[in-house]
Design a protein around this ligand. Structure first.
Ligand SMILES: [Zn+2]
Length: 67
């Protein structure tokens, strides 16, 4: 991925002005505040609310094994 740390430092969510975080797989930039994920196209972060997808990270529900 070609998103530099320096660039990440200045990128904020256009909606809530919170710093975004690069997703572990490098596919997008996630705002921890509103859960929007901004796509990265051709190594260019698309910081548009219209382009973002809300991705709610639900905690993994481990069920069935507890006794
Ligand atoms: Zn946000």
């Amino acid at each position: 991925m070609a998103i530099s740390k320096e660039l990440l430092e200045i990128l904020v969510c256009p909606l809530c002005k919170t710093k975004v975080e690069l997703k572990p797989d490098g596919s997008g930039l996630k705002c921890a505040q509103c859960k929007r994920v901004y796509p990265i196209r051709d190594d260019i972060p698309v910081m548009l609310i219209d382009e973002a997808q809300i991705e709610d990270d639900q905690p993994q529900v481990s069920s069935g094994t507890a006794s």
